[in-house]
Ligand binder design. Sequence first.
Ligand code: ADP
Length: 487
Amino acid sequence: MNICFVTSECVPFVKTGGLADVSGALPRALDDMGGHAVKMFLPLYDRIRVFDHGFVPATDLDGSHVTISGVRRQYGVWYGHLPESDVEVYLIDCPHYYHRRRVYTEDPDEGERFALLQHAAFQIMQRYHWHPDIIHAHDWQAALMPALLKHAYSWDGLFHGTGTVLTIHNIGYQGLFAPALAAGAGLPGWEAGLGGMLEFSGAFSFLKSGIVLADRITTVSPTYAREIRTPEYGEGLEELLTWRESCVSGILNGIDTNEWNPATDQRIYRTYSMKDVGEGKWANKQALLSQFGLEARKETPVFGIVSRFAPQKGLDLLFPILVGLLDRLGFQLIVLGSGDSRTEKYFRNLAGLRPESVGTYIGYNEDLAHQIEAGADLFLMPSTYEPCGLNQMYSLRYGTVPVVRKTGGLADTVIDVHEHPGAGNGFSFQDARPDVVAETIRRAVSVFGHRREWSGIQERGMATDFSWRRSARAYRDLFRSALTEPC
Ligand code: ADP
């Protein structure tokens, strides 16, 4: 199959969250299976170092342009590959749109930025006469692909028979813009008016257009695929998703098992595997705590948090309970993250208040993320919603027992030790209430004291297959069904 993969971020070029990990791994896993050719389209943000990644200018595409909202925007293209793969990557070089301080902005032309990306993807396929069997679009930034296919490019026989798949990584981000942008982006303007196919909440919604028109809609875990059909999680799109129910499914993300492998990880203090998890984690725990000036003790459990600080992550559930729990249960906590200022301030203050128990690093630091996974005993993710979540899977692989809220991908990967004796790999709770989180932390700390039971929990987590091979097979089957069976 020829697969056109449109995304707004991709490891190792640019990353703000889990979408980048998926974009870096899924095309490669499809490529590894053989029989597929993948072309990926991504904006060339100014932070992407083209030369470091071996990109070259695609001079044969010089002079390309897209007219958006009446203005002709020129773009160049840089061509390269995902490292060690045949996946072709086309970086769309439009400094006017992509040289901004951040990957995502709140600038008034945010919608135009990603409309250009999607037109450029179609234009480049046309220039190379490359027929995509499947267009795989990710999140609102690429969710116009099915609408553009239908309304702007269907005249071109190159795209006849092309199927579309929209993957929603997080329904909280929908790409809502002024209705006038619809016509400006080459779509029927009236459809962005009240009651139109592109309209949501009085705005032109990129994501809604994809949900209405894609042949298949996927999310990144089976539980999240069910949750977004409910008012609690659907962010207003639940009825539409229920209407399209038979086309909606969930495929759990894999993880990059090379990047996240405790047996080979060069960023951690000492590598380890299932055989020597006890000694390995103890060495890493000492190294981690010493970075924060904390004293490591074998019998004192260390919790880790690595997270964007956003309301979705449920960290404010911890605010009323952490000091009391630290004092009563005597565990330690290492926090890495950045985002909303209230959470940053809370964890900074907490480290000041309990300097012997808490270490806080505000910022983005991939080395430290690995070191926390290796050095912590437990990993905390009390998310209010979590489409898939990667950190709990990294944790399981590193023998770091996750404590999570039962939602989305967390519910699909973490099996509670007390609910499933003999099969559990972590601790989980349902109600997003501080007292329930506190009770779950207490349960986890008490089991930590039982070494043999703890080793069994770690081993079950470490033995789980979270490879992209498994997920890529599921996507391949879905692509095939999108091409052959209406839903
Ligand atoms: P989301 O995509 O909602 O942020 P995921 O758990 O799916 O959550 O993916 C988060 C990814 O970003 C993980 O790879 C995680 O390690 C990484 N990450 C998040 N915050 C930081 C940080 N402050 N420093 C380093 N890595 C981080």
